[in-house]
Ligand binder design. Structure first.
Ligand SMILES: *Cc1c(COP(=O)(O)O)cnc(C)c1O
Length: 450
C-alpha cells in the first residue's frame, strides 16, 4: 500500500464525517460508550501483534490463494461511508449508497453486455450464487440444477439449502445427453474455475441449452472482470465464452476478488428484470417512503454494508471498467504474469506445467527423479513448507490435488501410482506478479535442487 496516499485519504474520510456531524446540533456522547484512550491504544497494539500471524497477502511473494488487500481508494471510501454506516437493504437505510450500488451494478451489467438487468451487490459470491440458484429453482421447481465437478463447492451446498434437485456432471462433453437424462432446468457454467482458472465452454453449451429451454447461470465470481480483456482489441485470453455472457440468464461476479475491494462484496445480475417478482415480500418492519424499487426488495439478504457500495463506486471512478485503462490495465498485468510464468516453465528442467493458464492461475509440479504421483506429491508438500517456513524471503505458494491421468496425458512417462497427485497452484492476481515471476521460479528451482 502507498502509506502516504492512504493516510491522506483516510484523513479526508475522517474530516468528511466530522463535517457531516456538524450539520446537526452538538450533543455529548453517553458515558456508557466512553473508553480510555490508553486502553484503546493498547488493544490496537495487541491486535497488531495478533494480526502478525497473517501471510503477506499484499506482497508478490504471496502467490497462493485468491487473496490481496483492497486498493487505497477502496479503503478510504469504505472508511468514509462506514462512519455513517448506511444499510443498503432499503433506500431509507442508505439513500446515497443505494444509488451508488445501482450505478456500479449498472456499470458491471454494461461490462457484460446486458441491455436490461436486475441486480445488486451481495456480501459474497456464495450468497450471490445462492440467489441465482434460488431464482433458477423458482422458475423450474421440478427440474435439476447441474454443475460440473470443477464448479465451486458451494453450489452443491446451496442447492441443498434451497432444496433443489441437483446433479454434478464430470464435464460438459455430452451435454445434450445430460440435459435429457437428468431433466436439467439450469446449468451452472463457471467462467474461471476456482482451482485452475479454467473457462468452461459456454460457447458450446449455450446453443444446446437454448434448444432445450435450459437456463444458464454463469458463475464468474473469480473470472468475471477478465471480460475487460475479452473486449480488448488484442485479447490475451480465449474470448469465445466471455462474449456470450450477455446471453446467460444470470451472472455472478465478486468485486472482492478481482475488483480491488475488501471482503463483503459480491454481485448477482439477472438478464430478465421480471424475476424480481420472485422476491416479493411484505414485511411490516421494512420502511417504505419511496415508490421506487429499492434494493431490499430484490435481495435475499437484509442488512448489507452501504460502505461496500461506496468503496466500489469510488474504485470504479478511479479504475473504470475499460480494457485499455482502469481495471483492464490491472488485469492485463496479472494475465501477463501468468503467461510469463507459463513461458518460463517451458524452459525449466525442474518444473513442468500442469495445464496452460487460461486466466491468471498457474499450476505446476516438479519433474522428480522417480516421476510418479506419490513422489511428486511428497516433493511438492516438502517444497511448499520449506519455502514458506524459511527465515529469509519466504515464498507462499498453494497446492491443489489433481487427477494423475491428466498429468499422464501430457507427460506420458509419468507414473500414476496414485489416482491423484498434489501439485503447486499459484494465483498471480496482483499486477506486481508480472515483474516477479522469474525470481519466484528461480527460488522454487533453487529449493528443489538444494
Ligand atoms: C470464490 C468463488 C465463489 C465463492 O465466492 P465467495 O465470495 O468466496 O463466497 C464461487 N464461485 C467461484 C467460481 C469462485 O471463484
Amino acid at each position: 500500500m502507498n502509506t502516504e496516499l492512504l493516510l491522506q485519504l483516510i484523513n479526508q474520510s475522517i474530516a468528511s464525517h466530522n463535517r457531516f456531524q456538524k450539520k446537526w446540533d452538538a450533543f455529548d456522547a453517553d458515558d456508557s460508550l466512553y473508553i480510555d484512550e490508553s486502553k484503546a491504544l493498547s488493544v490496537l497494539a495487541e491486535l497488531e501483534t495478533r494480526l502478525e500471524e497473517n501471510y503477506p497477502f499484499f506482497h508478490p511473494r504471496y502467490a497462493g490463494q485468491m487473496l490481496k488487500p483492497p486498493h487505497e481508494i477502496a479503503v478510504a471510501a469504505y472508511v468514509m461511508a462506514m462512519q455513517v454506516n448506511p444499510n443498503n437493504h432499503a433506500l431509507d437505510g442508505g439513500p446515497a449508497t443505494a444509488k451508488m450500488e445501482m450505478e456500479v451494478v449498472q456499470q458491471i451489467a454494461t461490462m457484460f453486455g446486458y441491455k436490461k438487468h436486475l441486480g445488486h451487490l451481495t456480501s459474497s459470491g456464495t450468497i450471490a450464487n445462492l440467489e441465482a440458484l434460488w431464482i433458477a429453482k423458482s422458475i423450474h421447481p421440478e427440474k435439476a440444477i447441474a454443475y460440473s465437478s470443477s464448479a465451486h463447492y458451494t453450489h452443491h451446498r446451496m442447492c441443498d439449502v434451497i432444496g433443489a434437485k441437483h446433479v454434478c456432471l464430470d464435464n460438459f462433453n455430452d451435454i445434450e445427453q445430460a440435459i435429457t437424462t437428468h431433466t436439467i432446468g439450469t446449468l451452472v457454467v463457471t467462467i474461471g474455475t476456482t482451482s485452475l482458472g479454467q473457462i468452461e465452454p459456454l460457447h458450446e453449451i449455450l446453443p444446446i441449452a437454448k434448444k432445450y429451454g435450459v437456463r444458464i447461470h454463469a458463475d464468474c465470481a473469480y473470472g468475471g472482470f477478465f471480460m475487460l480483456l475479452a473486449k480488448d482489441s488484442k485479447p490475451s485470453i480465449d474470448t469465445r465464452s466471455f462474449l456470450l455472457l450477455n446471453e446467460c440468464d444470470s451472472i455472478v461476479i465478486d468485486p472482492h476478488k478481482h475488483g480491488l475491494q475488501p471482503y463483503g462484496c459480491g454481485c448477482v445480475l439477472f438478464k430478465d428484470p421480471a424475476v424480481g417478482t420472485y422476491y416479493k415480500h411484505d414485511s411490516p418492519y421494512t420502511y417504505f417512503t419511496s415508490k421506487e424499487l429499492h434494493l431490499g426488495e430484490i435481495s435475499l439478504e437484509c442488512s448489507r454494508a452501504g460502505a461496500s457500495a461506496a468503496a466500489l463506486w469510488a474504485t470504479l471512478q478511479c479504475f473504470p471498467l475499460e480494457s485499455e485503462k482502469g481495471l483492464g490495465s490491472v488485469l492485463k498485468r496479472t494475465r501477463e504474469a501468468a503467461l510469463q510464468f507459463s513461458q518460463q516453465l517451458t524452459m525449466s528442467r525442474l518444473l513442468c506445467e500442469y495445464v496452460p493458464p487460461e486466466l491468471d492461475i498457474v499450476t505446476y509440479f516438479p519433474r522428480t527423479k522417480n516421476f510418479s504421483a506419490s513422489e511428486v506429491s511428497s516433493v511438492v508438500e516438502r517444497t511448499f513448507t520449506s519455502l514458506m517456513k524459511r527465515q529469509h524471503d519466504p515464498l507462499y505458494l498453494a497446492t491443489v490435488i489433481v487427477d494423475s491421468q491428466t498429468i499422464k496425458r501430457r507427460y506420458p512417462d509419468f507414473i500414476t501410482d496414485l489416482p491423484t497427485a498434489k501439485i503447486f497452484r499459484s494465483v498471480l492476481m496482483k499486477p506486481e506478479h508480472a515483474g516477479f515471476v522469474a525470481k519466484m521460479l528461480k527460488e522454487i528451482e533453487d529449493d528443489l535442487s538444494a
